[in-house]
Write a protein that binds this ligand. Structure first.
Ligand code: NAD
Length: 476
């Protein structure tokens, strides 16, 4: 039976790279049927604010697999990119980027045996896109990390390691500084890793991870990380092995997988038969593996490696003097189908199983203990502190401290006079022996609001008797 795949050609150079993949698949004699669908610039220009028509969404719902070219969001049309819409609609929470040395491609790292996969959480973190202006001069973004989202991507990384016969998973976080958000990701990694005793589990701080990727990239096998870190280190990884012309990617969710190269639509190169289809062809190999066409995936990869590494056939991005265009390079890949190299270790790929997510085991107790009220003010820390202390006198709360940009400024810590902005966090704890009632929080906010403009509040609570909030720099 034919395997049906949604095919989105995309914008700019998209039709050329996707066309190259279609030709190769056809020559391989695979029983793949394409449902060709639209998304991107043309759709935005026709007036659809998402850039993704309903027919395309329905096709992906049916086929569960899409191969796509890059999409543009033309200036003046739509606020959100069609790529982000697709990722969100199908919750493709795992962005995977293989980083492999490709013989024949000149890089500073030739001969270093680089062969790892970056697994980036693709939905949460700062990319949830929850942003606010807090004052005319201060903006805020919420970094959301969830236990569920973390467990999904961490299990995915271990399962990917198993499916590809890999031996190590590094979890890269900034848990040393962001103790609750990045700390949660690390904690879940530590909870999940014993379920995979066959895989070595190593935590690494993200900055050290970047450092090691540059110095000793060969030590990595799988790196799993949160969204923003993953965005940066996956591009760092692509840079180690030859850049945009060769970087493949997959966006995988529980039900749908979308395959696309890392590069964009490179509009200046569109329609000139000059661009490199290698990235999308390696991406197509990832798709074939997802479709459990393991032999075909290996055959396509080997043909690419033969063309680049043995025949030394390149498009002009890799060799300026080369006479080969996109079409001629694709011809070479097709001619080399069936040829083998010894370049990449042969992996015994197995189907990827997405692990079950466990519910938290322990019973959780929660107790409200106070409130942080964020205010806009031009006062000095001393003046604001005295004012808020006076306001709290008749309430069940006491002012514990005020911080500015995360540093305690009241009571003063000593040292240099702090360089403050107009955005302050006032921390109030309940007075001894009191129970927190919402009505009292609301009365406090109202009283603060009479004197100062507040724009944001956070309830402070303990989970299992441990604070569910961090201290300000310098807070006792
Ligand atoms: P880009 O990746 O399109 O191009 C940057 C440069 O990289 C190009 O000028 C070209 O020199 C080179 N390049 C890229 N792909 C190549 C290839 N296959 N062969 C040879 N050289 C290649 O990045 P950009 O210029 O920042 O973005 C252009 C458009 O693409 C923007 O509208 C952007 O939003 C969109 N974009 C889409 C995606 C996606 O759909 N996933 C990803 C990135 C950018």
């Amino acid at each position: 039976m034919a395997k049906v795949v949604t095919l989105i050609e995309g914008d700019g150079i998209g039709p050329e790279v996707v066309g190259s993949a279609k030709r190769v698949i056809q020559e391989m004699g695979l029983n793949i049927q394409w449902e060709v669908c639209e998304a991107g610039a043309k759709v935005f220009k026709e007036g659809l604010a998402t850039g993704v028509p309903r027919e395309t969404i329905e096709s992906i719902m049916r086929t569960r697999v899409a191969l796509k070219g890059p999409l543009e969001t033309p200036i003046g049309y739509g606020e959100k990119s069609a790529n982000v819409t697709l990722r969100a609609l199908f919750e493709t929470y795992a962005n995977t980027r293989p980083v492999r040395q490709i013989p024949g491609i000149k890089t500073a790292y030739e001969g270093r045996n680089i062969d790892f996969v970056v697994v980036r959480e693709n939905v949460e973190d700062l990319y949830a896109g929850i942003e606010y202006d807090q004052t005319p001069t201060v903006a805020e973004a919420l970094k959301l990390i969830t236990r569920k989202g973390s467990e999904k991507i961490i299990r995915f990384a271990f399962e990917l390691a198993r499916a590809e016969g890999r031996k190590k998973v590094h979890c890269a976080t900034k848990a040393n500084i962001l103790k609750l958000t990045e700390g949660l990701f690390k904690k879940v990694f530590e909870e999940v890793s014993p379920d995979y005793p066959d895989i070595e589990a190593i935590h690494i701080i993200i900055d050290n991870c970047a450092h090691q990727m540059v110095l000793h990239p060969e030590i990595f096998d799988v790196i799993v990380t949160t969204n923003l870190h993953g965005d940066i280190i996956s591009d760092l990884g692509s840079g180690l092995v030859g850049g945009l012309g060769v970087a493949a990617a997959a966006n995988i969710g529980s039900e749908v997988a979308i395959f696309e190269a890392v590069h964009g639509s490179a509009p200046r190169h569109a329609g000139k038969n000059t661009i490199n289809p290698t990235a999308l062809l390696f991406t197509t190999a990832l798709m074939l593996r997802h479709l459990e066409e393991f032999t075909a995936a290996n055959q396509l990869e080997q043909s690419l490696l033969y063309t680049l590494g043995i025949q030394k056939s390149f498009t002009q991005d890799l060799d300026k003097s080369s006479p080969l265009g996109t079409k001629e390079f694709t011809d070479a890949v097709i001619q080399n189908l069936g040829k083998e190299t010894t370049f990449w270790p042969s992996r015994h790929y197995k189907p990827l199983h997405l692990g079950k997510i466990s519910s938290p085991k322990e019973k959780v107790s929660q107790r409200d203990v106070g409130v942080d009220i964020f205010v806009e003010s031009q006062l000095s820390p001393e003046e604001l502190g005295k004012s808020l202390e006076t306001i709290a006198l008749s309430s069940p709360f006491r002012l514990v401290m005020i911080s500015n940009r995360g540093i305690q400024v009241y009571p003063a810590l000593g040292g240099l006079k702090p360089d403050t902005v107009d955005h302050w966090r006032a921390r109030f704890f309940l007075k001894e022996g009191k129970e927190l009632k919402d009505q009292e929080v609301l009365s406090l906010i109202q009283a603060v609001g009479v004197k100062h403009r507040w724009m944001h509040i956070e309830k402070l609570f303990e989970i299992n008797n441990a604070p569910g909030f961090t201290k300000a720099q310098g807070e006792a």
